[in-house]
Write a protein of this length. Sequence first.
Length: 88
Amino acid sequence: MSRAREAAVGVPSIRYALRARVEGTVNQALDVAGIRRARYRGLPKVRLQRAFSATTLNIVRPDAWWTIDPLRTARTSRLECLSHRLAR
């Protein structure tokens, strides 16, 4: 499928939505679990740290969903803020 046809069908917006969800999960893992660097040396310890980090995310994400307190809100561009101000 060509890019022009994908744009007409709306495929890029679907791809972007999927990518945004994945990027949000990765950023949350970096912020909440601190998985940017391993704390320990040796593959078994690093694997255990990653497993605990994944468990932490699996607990934190539903909790944020259920308490209606998302960890990250959607960013509003400056242009969108300006349009809301002008609409008033």
